[in-house]
Design a protein around this ligand. Structure first.
Ligand SMILES: [Zn+2]
Length: 591
């Protein structure tokens, strides 16, 4: 048996959407991904990947599981082989690793780590240039703790020493060229690309250093140089400081313009500050941020470039499930400057009262029109009404309609009438979209059985059992509560009994309650069932109250008089069947 720590590590290093994405063309749909199922033949997608539970499920054929199950099924190999293969894929140095790409990857990561140590040592050396570099970081307001936390450093003022240092560490020229830290000159000599620059390492989500950003100490050009794209660094898919932000308890992220903003915000205690690598935010970065954040505050510079970036980012976030707002920074050109001027506390207050995205959009629309002109005024109203119609809150719509009336001198009644018309259209549109989605993703309601006393009671209890298990997998913090109140042996669905036992065992033994760990302890068909539940309830955010309610329902069925507990085998078989009939997709994808 493979130790659970090892499996945890392998699973952690293999984001399920990335892995599946190598085999299936996935399209993002809100918090999940959909595509054509690789396990049965189909023309419309019924195969889904759920990053939150790190699971997949096909509503067409019922195939499901975690990342290990996926690799196992798709390659037709056994569990151990699947784990080994995933371990190799993640660039984990395996003795039997024969995959050359994987080997080079881990060499490049090692080079970056050694380079970061070198830059850090250079920053702290006794030379005059090191002193200037330290003074630079000080001028930016950074303390020692922050310098260590971000692994900041300094690349000395010459073309050879970094190269030579790494060479002495035993890396070959080929490996160093691959790392992007070193280039070949026209004469054929190798030289290091960073010199006389303060250095900021860029980490991936797993804490590997994948690239560097280097900035000059003065105003000379180019101000910034970044590592080129390499085997380990794709800038359009990298979000700076996300490895720190994802550990925060807050799901409200602050998206800044550059590394410096992020670092000074983080120093000020805003641990969800991140920024895009590269010049402009990309859809991949939006997708990545949306996986961790519920809310994003855009915090760009107040200059024209910053405002353009804000508009562009709003557009990119439009189809993501994340709530977006725009930070207005009064009296400073960027967050960094604001924090220095007024302190972190006031900046946090600013964050809490962020001007919302709607106001920003209205402001953008207003710029297009000359409100003195009648025609422009009408067009302006029409456009804003369309924006307002998408808002869910009638009060909010009313407030903005009132402001719009004042601003344009058009009667509020007329604006409200126009707005209502637009709301109808937009809600019809949304309903149609939702229906389409449900059709493709399998309605979450099919299995949710309403609680009814009497004959349907067992069905309701069974449903509570499933929802309880789904809630524990989604939110492992509920497990201790469930352990206090629940004896798994009392559960009436055999697979939920196995699942609850496995979950409790993980908890007792200090293993993370993840689908992968639980899956290793239950039969495969139970794992498939758990993936189905994860899929089914992916839109449900269970609260502690919900969990108590499930536990209540289950407890009500456990007294000796309970019909559920006393069900005959025949009765049990009958309602298991009735449960099954409610599920979509009948054929199971083997075992
Ligand atoms: Zn399928």
């Amino acid at each position: 048996m493979i130790p659970h720590e090892y499996i945890e590590e392998v699973v952690r290093r293999n984001e399920i959407a990335d892995v599946v994405g190598n085999y299936v063309q996935l399209k993002r749909k809100g918090r999940l991904y959909g595509g054509l199922c690789p396990f049965h033949s189909e023309k419309t997608p019924s195969f889904y990947v759920y990053p939150e539970t790190q699971s997949f499920y096909c509503f067409g054929c019922g195939a499901g599981g975690d990342v290990i199950t996926f690799i196992k099924k798709i390659n037709n190999i056994d569990y151990e082989d699947a784990v080994t293969r995933l371990a190799g894929r993640a660039g984990r140095p395996e003795p039997e690793e024969d995959d050359r790409g994987g080997r080079m990857r881990s060499r490049v990561l090692a080079i970056n780590k050694d380079a970061a140590r070198w830059f850090y040592a250079c920053l702290n050396s006794s030379t005059e240039e090191a002193k200037q570099a330290r003074a630079y970081w000080r001028r930016r307001g950074l303390d020692d703790k922050t310098i260590v936390r971000f692994g900041l450093g300094y690349a000395p003022d010459d073309f050879r020493s970094t190269y030579q240092h790494l060479k002495d560490k035993g890396y070959t020229d080929a490996e160093l060229l691959e790392s992007g830290l070193v280039k070949r000159s026209e004469k054929g000599n190798l030289y290091n690309i960073f010199h006389r620059r303060v250095m900021t390492p860029i980490f991936d989500l797993r804490g590997n250093i994948i690239a560097f950003g280097g900035r000059v100490l003065d105003d000379s050009k180019p101000k910034y140089i970044n590592s080129p794209e390499t085997l380990v660094y794709k800038k359009s898919k990298t979000v700076f400081a996300l490895q720190l932000a994802k550990k925060s308890t807050s799901r409200r992220y602050v998206l800044c313009e550059g590394y410096m903003d992020v670092i000074s915000m983080q120093q000020a205690g805003i641990d969800t500050a991140v920024c895009a690598c590269g010049t402009a935010l990309t859809p991949d970065q939006v997708r990545l941020i949306s996986e961790y954040a519920d809310e994003v505050v855009l915090s760009y510079d107040s200059d024209e470039a910053g405002q353009k970036a804000t508009a562009r980012s709003l557009e990119l976030f439009r189809d993501s499930p994340v709530k977006v707002s725009v930070l207005q920074i009064p009296g400073a050109k960027d967050p960094d400057e604001y924090i220095k001027k007024y302190g972190a506390e006031r900046f946090r207050a600013l964050l809490d009262g962020t001007g919302n995205a709607l106001e920003f959009r209205i402001g953008q629309v207003r710029k297009k029109y000359d409100l003195v002109q009648d025609k422009d005024r009408l067009d302006y109203v029409r456009e804003v009404v369309r924006l307002l119609a998408d808002r869910n809150s009638p009060t909010e719509r009313e407030v903005y309609a009132g402001r719009l009336a004042e601003e344009t001198n058009i009667s509020k009644t007329a604006i409200m009438a126009q707005l209502e018309e637009e709301v109808k259209k937009s809600s019809y549109r949304r309903r149609a979209e939702k229906q389409k989605q449900l059709l493709h993703s399998g309605p979450a309601d099919t299995i949710r059985v309403p609680y009814q006393a009497g004959g349907q009671k067992a069905l309701a209890v069974a449903s509570a059992e499933q929802m309880l298990v789904a809630a524990m997998l989604r939110e492992p913090s509920f497990v201790p509560l469930a352990m206090q109140r629940l004896d798994p042996a009392a559960l009436i669905l055999p697979d939920m009994r196995q699942a609850a036992e496995a979950i409790f065992r993980c908890q007792r033994e200090g293993a993370a309650v993840t689908l992968a760990n639980v899956g290793a302890l239950v039969p495969e068909n139970t794992l498939t069932e758990l993936s189905r539940l994860a899929a089914q309830y992916s839109e449900v955010n269970p609260t502690e109250k919900d969990v108590q309610l499930y536990l209540d329902r289950i407890a009500q069925s456990t007294p000796k008089s309970s019909s559920a507990n006393k069900m005959t085998d025949e009765e049990l078989a009958r309602y298991l069947q009735s449960l099954k009939d409610r599920k979509q997709g009948t054929p199971r994808d083997g075992g």
